[in-house]
Every structure is written in structure tokens, then in C-alpha cells.
Design a protein around this ligand. Structure first.
Ligand code: C5J
Length: 207
């Protein structure tokens, strides 16, 4: 374990859009209940990271109000983006809308970095890499949803930028259990081709 100053915790897309009944993920036909099972371990890792003085970064899949940062192909495949499915949630995947907010269980506190990302990966068209470099971060812990989409994409992007990465296995979830399993397997295969996975209890003990 490197010194805590070189570690950052990435909390990937813990948004109401993906976790709430009636949210974007639910409207795509997914059962959102499994995602909530990962919240407790994620909150425990977040608390331990805060106590250890680890840099905490929260990402959100969030577009600008004019959708100028949303590639046409993404909009074609996900026409709900930018529309209102439920007035109480506002526009789907648009920054600042109530449905785009991070759920209370892992909500950011003052001083933590918040990164709005237009893609699945946390490094594409964001300031994340520059911020981590400025802070001297070399190692990343990842939690979040969904495992095989935004978490795995972010981990691969981080890997290509030279970070050592570990995903917290019970603090990430998918709408599809078989895809979570496969994503974790492909991450750690071949001697950690993308990085490592460990349970939250081990990560918390190491912090
Ligand atoms: C998806 C994400 N699944 N945060 N986004 O569209 O994984």
C-alpha cells in the first residue's frame, strides 16, 4: 500500500439516474435493486478513505443543458437523454437536475472533487487526469455503477494513463450479475491485466 497521499478513491456515478425506481436505468427496463446492495460497502469504503485522508473524487455521467457534449451516436442509442421522464427528476443525465444527483448514502462533502463526465470513462473530456497528477496520485480505488460500463471503462482509461487500480468488488454493481462477474474476471485475468479486485473489508483494513 503506497502512502495515502498517493491514493485516490473514485466513486463512479452513484447517481439517482441509475439507482432510483423511475430513474433512467429503471426506464431502460432494468431492475435497480441490485445496485443498492453495493451502497453500504461503498459508503463504508468512503468513510474509511475520508478518515485516512485519501483524496475522494465523485464522478457523474452528466451532460451540459444544451447537450453539446453528447455525441450524436450516444443520443441516437439513448434518446431519453435530455428528456423529462418524470418532472420530479428533471432532464435525464443533465448536470444539476435532481435525478442527476448523487444518492444521499455516498453524497460528496465539501472539499471533494466532483467530475462531470460526458462519456462512460472518467478521463474522457474531463479534468480528472490533470487533477490527479497535480495531487501526485498514483494509485486508484474504484467503487460505483455499473461495473461493466462506467467503472470498467474508467479503470481501463486509468490503466492506460499509468495508474495502479483496484476495484472494490462488493462496492460495485451491475443490472446484470453475469456481466459484473465477467467484468471483474477480465480485469484481474492474466496477472492483473487491468488491475486488481478486493472486498471492501480488506480495503478498509488496509487504509
Ligand atoms: C451506464 C454507467 N450504465 N454509469 N452508465 O450507462 O455505468
Amino acid at each position: 500500500m503506497p502512502s495515502t497521499g498517493r491514493v485516490a478513491l473514485l466513486m463512479i456515478d452513484w447517481q439517482r439516474d441509475f439507482l432510483d425506481e423511475g430513474g433512467f436505468g429503471h426506464c431502460l427496463g432494468n431492475d435497480v435493486a441490485p445496485l443498492r446492495t453495493a451502497l453500504k460497502p461503498a459508503a463504508a469504503v468512503l468513510a474509511a478513505a475520508r478518515a485516512a485522508g485519501v483524496t475522494v473524487v465523485h464522478t457523474l455521467e452528466a451532460h451540459t443543458a444544451d447537450l453539446a457534449d453528447c455525441p450524436p451516436a450516444k443520443l441516437t442509442r439513448c434518446p431519453a437523454i435530455g428528456t423529462v421522464l418524470d418532472a420530479a427528476r428533471g432532464r435525464v443525465l443533465v448536470a444539476g437536475e435532481p435525478g442527476n444527483a448523487i444518492v444521499d448514502e455516498v453524497a460528496p462533502v465539501a472539499g471533494e472533487l466532483i467530475v462531470h463526465k460526458p462519456g462512460k470513462g472518467a478521463f474522457f473530456n474531463t479534468r480528472l487526469h490533470d487533477e490527479l497528477q497535480r495531487l501526485g496520485v498514483t494509485h486508484l480505488l474504484l467503487t460505483g455503477v455499473t461495473t461493466e460500463v462506467c467503472v470498467q471503462t474508467s479503470m481501463r482509461e486509468a490503466n492506460d494513463r499509468g495508474y495502479e487500480c483496484l476495484v472494490v468488488a462488493d462496492a460495485t454493481e451491475s443490472y446484470f450479475p453475469q456481466l459484473k462477474r465477467a467484468a471483474l474476471e477480465m480485469i484481474v485475468a492474466q496477472g492483473g491485466i487491468v488491475g486488481w479486485a478486493a472486498p471492501s473489508a480488506d480495503v478498509i483494513a488496509a487504509l
